[in-house]
Each structure stands twice: as C-alpha cells, then as structure tokens.
Design a protein around this ligand. Structure first.
Ligand SMILES: Cc1ncc(COP(=O)(O)O)c(C=O)c1O
Length: 312
C-alpha cells in the first residue's frame, strides 16, 4: 500500500493509489492528523505555540543605504499574538503549568484595539488607571490581589519572573545570532519588563562580548538616567509609546549586560515610525519606531567617534 503524502502547501492529504489508477484528496481533520505525525515536514509550525518565535530578520533597505550601516529588525509582529510579548507569555505560562497552576484572568492598561483583541480571544480584561509602582493601585499590585482572590488564577508577574528573560535567552538571542551569522555590532531595545534586553543581551554577549547592548528609553522613563548617571530619575515628558519605559529596575533587568543607553523623544520615534511606513513599507507601532530611531542614533554617534579618531 502506498502511504499517504501530506502536501505542505495546502494541507491536503493525497493517497496516490496508482494501482487503483485514481487519486483521492481529502482534508485531514485535526484529530486524525496525529497518525501521520512522523511524516510531517520539519518546516511545519505546530499549532499556535509553534508560531511563537523564529521570526524573520528584516533588512531595512532604504535606511541601510541612507546610513551606510546594515539596520535590521526582528519581525515580531509575525508572532501569533502580533508582538514580541508572545515569547515571554509562552515561557511564563509554561512555567505556571509546570508548577500545576493555570490562569484564565488578566489585568492590564493598554490601547483599546488590544483590549478588543484580548476580549475576542476570551480574556477577561480589567483596565485600570496607570499609577506609579509604589501606589497600591498600580496594575501589578491589583493583578496580584485579583489573582489571589480567584480560584485557578495566577499572576504571571512578567516584570519580576525571570522566565521572561529566559524566553529571550533561549529563543530570541539564538535566532538573532544565527540569522546574522554572528556578524552583529550592536542591538538596541526599548524596555518595559527588561526581559528582551536582558535575555538577548546576555545570549549575544555569551557568543561575542564585543556586541554592544544599548537600551533605548522614551520620555518619562527612569532607565536612561539610571544607566547613564546611576540615578532613578524620570526624564522629561510622558511618552505616547506603549509597553516601554519603566520607573524601577525590575528583577528581569537586574544584572542585564547593558553597555549604554540612548534617549529617544516621541517626536523622533514617531518620525521614524512614519519613515518605516512610507520608505520601507512596514506599518509598525511607535515602540518599534523608537527602537529603530535608537539604532540610527547609535550609528551616528559611532560615526562621529570614528571621524574624531576616538574609536577605530
Ligand atoms: C510593544 C512593546 N514593545 C516592547 C516591549 C518591551 O519588552 P520587554 O518587556 O521585554 O522589555 C513591550 C513590553 O511590554 C511592548 O509591549
């Protein structure tokens, strides 16, 4: 008997019974596909979780030509939830499940579009006002109290649970190293929990300590001043960017191998966001614009130092 063949492009299973001189085609119901598991090509992504990570690295052609420097970005919008945060979420939830916990509730402050998506996916979203961390009504404390009061709920605590940075040490960092063939001079990250910069930064440094890890900070955050001057002092303004900027050094950020920090204004972030839209064809959010604006700033600063003979 000729075994079934799975067509990678369509998901159609073909039984090629040449002996019977005819072909049958049928859709494989999800449940029964397990009988063919050993035949599924490696390139298949296994369901929703299989879609997390392994995102392409995009070269921004126009920006790279303009700056004379290869500027690339991870296409994190291709994660199934549409953001880099899927990586941390996967590790936080995996850890909770391994400990026998489960969670069906969540709490956050965020834009309406994201709340709509989460509601559609079945989440119970409780928006709360944004107040400082030392206020008991800060969303972290509310989320913890909320989870404590509900059976079968957990507070994943992405800020201080280091499963977050482990996700980036084990996934994002190795992907970047492999996709650049290790030819990478610097990485820039805006920071919310600190998971991405700490995890990717540590991994890349373990491969090549000369890779520079740069924190990109928006208006109203303390991290620029902290890494530049050692003081937890808020910078001027209050950024429109979402999910980045921080008022404290989270556990995920502690010990992160950060070489330098750059401050990016909202104006600079928004201008770059529109550049990426009009000149590169990518419709991304302002935190992505801010990251790329930071990369250009780092490039310009290095160029200046090289021209002045301060760096070779
Ligand atoms: C849109 C966006 N970009 C970047 C970040 C920062 O990533 P990390 O939390 O790993 O520092 C976040 C975090 O929530 C985010 O929502």
């Amino acid at each position: 008997m000729i075994p079934p063949m799975i067509s990678p492009a369509t998901g159609i299973i073909q039984r090629d019974s040449a002996l019977e001189n005819h072909k049958l085609q049928f859709w494989c119901p999800v449940k029964s596909s397990c009988e063919f598991n050993n035949m599924i090509p490696k390139e298949f992504r296994h369901g929703f979780i299989g879609m997390v990570g392994n995102t392409p690295l995009i070269r921004f052609n126009n920006l790279s030509e303009k700056t004379g420097c290869e500027i690339t970005a991870k296409a994190e919008h291709l994660n199934p939830g549409g953001s880099v945060k899927d990586r941390a979420a996967l590790y936080l939830i995996k850890e909770a499940e391994e400990k026998g916990q489960s969670s069906k509730q969540m709490s956050l402050t965020t834009f309406l579009e994201k709340i709509d998506i989460l509601n559609t996916l079945g989440a119970d979203v409780r928006p709360v006002p944004a107040v400082p961390f030392d206020d008991p009504m800060n969303y972290n404390h509310q989320a913890r109290r909320f989870a404590e009061g509900i059976e079968n709920a957990i507070w994943t605590n992405q800020f201080d649970n280091i499963s977050n940075r482990r996700a980036h040490f084990e996934m994002t960092g190795p992907e970047i190293w492999q996709q650049t063939d290790g030819r990478i001079s610097a990485v820039t990250f805006s920071t919310g929990t600190g998971g991405t910069i700490a995890g990717v930064g540590s991994f890349l440094k373990s491969k090549n300590p000369n890779v520079k890890v740069i924190l990109a900070d928006p208006e109203g955050s303390v991290l620029y001043n902290y890494f530049k001057h050692g003081e937890l002092k808020r910078s001027d303004g209050s950024s429109i960017t979402e999910g980045i900027g921080q008022g404290r050094v989270t556990t995920n950020l502690q010990g992160a191998p950060i070489d330098d920090a750059v401050f990016v204004t909202d104006k600079e972030a928004v201008e770059m966001t529109f550049f990426l839209l009009h000149e590169e064809g990518f419709f991304v959010g302002a935190s992505s614009g801010l990251n790329v604006a930071a990369a250009v700033k780092v490039r310009n600063e290095w160029k200046r130092l090289i021209q002045q003979g301060e760096v070779r």
